[in-house]
Design a protein around this ligand. Structure first.
Ligand SMILES: [Zn+2]
Ligand SMILES: [Zn+2]
Length: 258
């Protein structure tokens, strides 16, 4: 069984096709997916997905790209995370690609999420784009290693991966690793220790080859696993087993299907 460690099933393009998407997951052997919160206003929809389906889980957080939305504080995140279907805090982090002015509110929001993760014992789902140095600095300053977590949709250098691994974090690869021009990233995917590697779709975005350009869905995480198996010259079953074991080790509040 495969696990999609990061998807947005509540987003338009996926929400209205729920039955079809769950059927493709089942057909492709994708037995679990983590549905990621990006705004508190929309969090009830994410939580409801996890309440309705035993093999879907939820995270709670506010994405660093989202400027005009309810700003979380630690107490609010801790309260929302106090639910058996909520297994992680995020997605959170820094994104200086969409916010080129590198605003202070992003860093403050990230600190709030790290504190909430430490308070709840639920791991972090970290998004970083054009902001690796600040992301790692804040993770160190706030003791993110104590909560643990994953660097999701990883697109950074080996040096950044190594620094995150040193903090005890996992590294998750999306469909980007299957893109022909992602040469440096493929090299990183060869080097991350197998016991720290996760796979994800980040659907509806970033569909892997051979579906590149289409609306992505969790069932297609299999193609991410196939690319990693190819890069590392491992049997697909070994990548499947390792990434699934890693998911349930990291997100220990999620129960593995029988
Ligand atoms: Zn993200
Ligand atoms: Zn995401």
């Amino acid at each position: 069984m495969f696990v999609d460690s990061h998807c947005h099933l509540d987003f338009p393009g996926l929400a209205e096709r729920e039955d079809e998407i769950l059927a493709t997951m089942a057909a492709n052997g994708v037995g679990t997916a983590l549905c990621i919160g990006v705004r508190l206003e929309e969090f009830p929809r994410v939580r409801e997905l996890a309440e309705r389906h035993a093999h879907l889980w939820a995270s709670v957080g506010v994405h660093p790209d989202n400027a005009d939305c309810e700003e979380p504080d630690v107490a609010r995140l801790v309260a929302l995370a106090d639910h058996p279907r909520v297994v992680a805090i995020g997605e959170t982090g820094l994104d200086y690609h969409w916010h080129k002015d590198a605003p202070e509110w992003q860093r403050e929001r990230f600190r709030v999420h790290i504190r909430a993760a430490r308070a709840t014992g639920k791991p972090l789902v970290v998004h970083t784009r054009n902001a690796a140095a600040d992301t790692l600095r804040l993770m160190r300053e706030e003791g993110a290693g104590e909560a643990g977590g994953v660097m999701h949709c990883f697109t950074e250098s080996w040096e950044v991966a190594e620094a995150a691994l040193e903090l005890g974090f996992y590294i998750s690869f999306s469909g980007i690793v299957s893109f022909r021009n992602a040469k440096e990233l493929k090299e990183v995917a060869r080097r991350v220790p197998l016991e720290r590697l996760l796979i994800e779709t980040d659907s509806p975005y970033l569909a892997p080859v051979p579906h590149r350009g289409k609306t992505n869905e969790p069932g297609w995480v299999v193609h991410v696993a196939e690319e990693i198996a190819r890069l590392r010259e491992l049997p697909l079953a070994q990548v499947e087993q390792a990434t699934t074991d890693n998911f349930f080790r990291l997100f220990r509040h999620a129960q593995r299907p029988a």
